[in-house]
Design a protein around this ligand. Structure first.
Ligand code: GLV
Ligand code: MG
Length: 353
């Protein structure tokens, strides 16, 4: 085990110092684009101001025959596209693939000065992060980068979930985790064939009515991802990093997508992936605090004065703990308003009372 004293020392001579805290940057939607597709790349300047994160995807979804083109696309985008205040991330191929190493080398040495985060898929334990941590430090030193590139792991194997706490704590570079429901389902031998979302057969059923098991008993579909998201949120929060829901593959079902994103938001996630422009708006709506919540949170904070004790507001008890929840809401609202003029304009309509 490395001494705590060494934890913030660069892992290569000349590499930038690791950050001591991962800054919160709005990332309600991590918008995926295939870097090998020139048509999609041509749309990026128009898309950049509408999303919090643009991610050049090199991994799944890119055919094996296009892997080199996608890597080159990442380099071209990093050199030529103006991202403004939008973050630039990439998802590289997995560490056990024939492309992962070349992806990381290209990302850091060719466009490392523009890149904020490298997303590493199929992370199984701290050893994967340690490997990338050292490699990235060596490459940062070689490329003379002045700020460290952060790492984001996708949780998409059973072993990754079992090791989630050590993954989050493995390096000061760790920025966050995403749930990868499609790969995770396959790896766990779950009997689903979807990319994220629920399943109609995963349910609970009302007790028999008057003892008749064949009576009309209500059924309630359950969230397949509740356990994993909750674990992921606790692991991230206890390590000062951020949790994200991943992909929702049924692009046409905007209703269920919104529900899945909202469950993640309520449990503590800060964003989700958008795979299609329709999902950008959903993520913006869901991961920005609702205007009624912001209004209520401001009232509670005002009523609670120094934040201690208890008050009654609209028949409900508010105290030290509820005011803390309200502060979480207001901090997020302020951070998002500073980035997104539409959200700022919405919150500005709240009347103080
Ligand atoms: C994402 O990569 C997933 O496997 O769901
Ligand atoms: Mg995956």
């Amino acid at each position: 085990m490395r001494s705590a004293k060494d934890f913030f020392r660069p892992l290569a001579l000349g590499a930038p110092e690791p950050l001591r805290e991962i800054p919160f940057r709005p990332s309600r939607m991590i918008h995926f684009f295939p870097a090998s597709n020139p048509k999609m790349v041509a749309k990026l300047p128009e898309l950049a101001p509408k999303v919090d994160v643009l991610l050049a995807n090199l991994e799944d979804g890119v055919p094996a025959t296009d892997k080199d083109a996608a890597r080159q696309g990442l380099i071209d985008v990093g050199r030529n596209v103006d991202f403004g205040g939008t973050q630039f991330w990439t998802r590289v191929n997995s560490l056990d693939s024939p492309w992962g190493l070349d992806d990381i080398v290209a990302a850091v040495t060719e466009v490392g000065h523009r890149l904020d985060v490298i997303m590493i898929p199929k992370v199984e334990g701290a050893e994967d992060i340690h490997y990338v941590d050292r490699l990235v430090a060596q490459l940062e030193a070689k490329a003379k980068l002045e700020r460290p590139i952060l790492l984001h792991a996708i949780l998409e194997t059973a072993r990754g979930v079992a090791n989630v706490e050590e993954i989050c704590a493995a390096s000061p570079r760790m920025q966050g985790l995403s749930l990868g429901p499609a790969d995770l389902a396959a790896n766990r031998r779950m009997k689903t064939t979807r990319v994220g979302g629920g399943h109609p057969d995963y349910l609970v059923r009302q007790d028999p009515i008057d003892g008749d098991i064949n009576s009309q008993r209500a059924i309630y579909q359950q969230d397949l991802w509740h356990y994993t998201i909750a674990r992921m949120v606790d692991a991230c929060q206890s390590n000062g990093i951020f949790a994200y829901y991943g992909p929702f593959g049924d692009i046409a079902d905007v209703v269920a997508c919104e529900d899945q994103f909202r469950n993640a938001y309520l449990l503590g996630c800060v964003g989700a992936w958008s795979l299609h422009p329709t999902q950008i708006e959903i993520a913006r709506r869901v991961f920005s605090p609702d205007i009624a919540d912001v209004r209520h949170a401001r009232r509670v904070i005002a009523a609670m004065g120094d934040g201690t004790g208890a008050v009654m507001l609209d028949g409900k008890m508010e105290d030290d703990a509820s005011v803390k929840q309200c502060r979480v809401m207001i901090e997020l609202a302020n951070e998002l308003a500073a980035r997104d003029p539409e959200v700022a304009a919405l919150y500005a309509t709240i009347e103080e009372n």
